[in-house]
Design a protein around this ligand. Structure first.
Ligand code: ATP
Length: 482
């Protein structure tokens, strides 16, 4: 049942996520805003769990990484120093007939041509070759009347200060296109206040904004999104001059292991090496996930070696010395950086895609159609630690005798876990709802519970049920979620 057509699977998952209150189109009652999404109750819980899992792995469990929460607005010179004002753009191509707009590098990709980080001249030469062979047509309406590619800035402008009603150049600020800018700008304050010794990292989770040319792949590519980024600062001369190689390798393995730890099988992950590097980068790999429903392996996370370019540029443009003095070697230098950078929603989409399962069931507690035939159940087999709701408490009847017990259980367990108390509809339908949102355990309270002071706990994945004493429930779940 999981071999459904990728496009159908994509539509099914998108529809489930809306129907079950995970993801909504932004401003839907006004017709929507393209490439912008809102997150409902379960989506918010899932995103929070993903961000917590990342923070736990990146900061809590490491002695060498500290946290930061920097503002979205930064001094406009930040983005001149980083090169974003002049060069953060994508190649845009338009169809003159149907007016559809595309990323020219993605159009070339369809022909097996890798245009990653290539100049606009290079891209136009490749497009011209395809044109001459009469192969270049609009992916939407098949017209051959396409414009040449041109650079389109992804920077989102806003303005601050007075007068705020005009977008005058002196008031222009940018909504940050990536969160790491804030890390570079607070590098010095972090060193001066927390005194970390090299090598160390600064990690942060926050919103970023990009005026993406095409944002049609649901939450995979949006114009407003959250990133989880970490910049690791080090002295390249340490480790016998192998620090860059060794630290880079360590972060590769560490980030790869994160996905395996949360249930993504290795077969769905891939390393993509960037052949053409950004001018400052010394090496760049992406972890790709097989988003089959979006056409195959696509970038999930970047793990890049950035040399000392970022701090050098900000030193130069700000006039503030961002060098580091090593007490041991008595050496002063600009630290080098290895970066890990991933989108929260892209991570969510990978986890959901990996977890989404349709299976035929014969469980007597599942919904069985009137002719007694077995039914299909949809279940989100997501890692328990990421599941939005951990436990559902389901009394078999709405009678006070049972709901008094279930409310007590809710009160106790909700102090520690996100728990849901659901008394509506048949037990089969309630199980189905919890399966669809990935709740690992359902607790049912029946009339026997009043006698034996026990409840039935049902496991989401195996659908096995076991009887547990009410006063042992908290202990039982502590073990399950340990
Ligand atoms: P892509 O090639 O897909 O446009 P990128 O190489 O520009 O991505 P980075 O600048 O390296 O992406 O950003 C780091 C991470 O942030 C990406 O790996 C991705 O997970 C996430 N990300 C980037 N752009 C978007 C976006 N528009 N929507 C959602 N997530 C994004």
């Amino acid at each position: 049942m999981n071999n459904i057509d990728p496009k159908e699977r994509f539509e099914t998952i998108v529809s489930l996520l809306k129907r079950r209150g995970f993801v909504y189109q932004s401003s839907e009652i006004y017709g929507g805003l393209s490439g912008i999404y809102d997150y409902g109750h379960y989506g918010t819980l899932l995103l929070n769990n993903i961000k917590s899992a990342w923070t736990k792995s990146m900061a809590q469990e490491r002695e060498d990484v500290v946290l930061l929460d920097s503002a979205i607005f930064m001094h406009p010179t930040t983005w001149k120093a980083s090169g974003h004002v002049d060069g953060f753009d994508d190649p845009q191509i338009d169809c003159r007939k149907c007016k559809a707009r595309f990323r020219a590098d993605h159009v070339l990709e369809e022909f097996g041509i890798n245009a990653d980080k290539q100049s606009i001249e290079w891209i136009n030469t490749e497009l011209d070759k395809l044109r001459a062979d009469k192969k270049l047509v609009c992916p939407n309406c098949k017209s051959a009347d396409l414009t040449p590619a041109k650079r389109f800035s992804l920077m989102v402008k806003s303005n601050l200060g007075s007068p705020v009603d005009t977008l005058s150049e002196e008031n222009v600020v940018y909504l940050r296109p990536e969160t790491c800018g804030g890390i570079y700008l607070q590098y010095k304050n972090t060193v001066d206040s927390l005194h970390p010794k090299l090598p160390f990292g600064i990690a942060q989770v926050g919103k970023a904004f990009r005026n993406e040319i095409v944002a049609k792949q649901f939450v995979f590519r949006t114009r407003e999104f959250e990133q989880m980024e970490m910049q690791y600062f080090f002295n390249p001369k340490t480790d016998g001059g192998n620090a860059t190689k060794n630290i880079y390798e360590e972060w590769h393995q560490y980030r790869w292991a994160f996905y395996l730890n949360y249930g993504i099988p290795e077969s769905r992950l891939n390393w993509f090496k960037h052949e053409k590097l950004a001018h400052y980068a010394t090496d760049a790999y992406d972890i790709e996930y097989n988003y089959a429903m979006l056409g195959g392996f696509k970038e999930l996370e970047g793990v890049h070696a950035r040399g000392n370019w970022d701090l050098s540029q900000h030193s130069k443009f700000s006039g503030c010395d961002l060098s580091y003095f090593d007490e041991e070697s008595k050496e002063r230098f600009i630290p080098h950086i290895v970066e890990t950078s991933v989108g929260v929603a892209r991570t969510m989409l990978a986890f959901i895609d990996n977890a989404y399962t349709e299976e035929i069931v014969g469980d007597p507690t599942s919904l069985v159609s009137s002719d007694g035939a077995r039914d299909t159940r949809v279940v989100l087999k997501i890692d328990k630690r990421l599941a939005p709701v951990k436990i559902a408490i389901l009394p078999l009847s709405k009678k006070d005798e049972l709901t008094n017990v279930s409310k007590e259980i809710f009160k106790k367990l909700s102090k520690k876990y996100f728990v849901e108390h659901d008394i509506t509809q048949s037990i089969g339908k309630r199980y189905r709802r919890q399966d669809e949102i990935g709740t690992p355990y359902c607790v049912t309270i029946d009339f026997d519970s009043l006698e034996d002071k026990s409840v039935t706990v049902r496991d989401r994945d195996t659908m096995k049920q076991e009887r547990i004493a009410i006063d042992k429930l908290a202990e039982y779940f502590d073990l399950q979620f340990a």
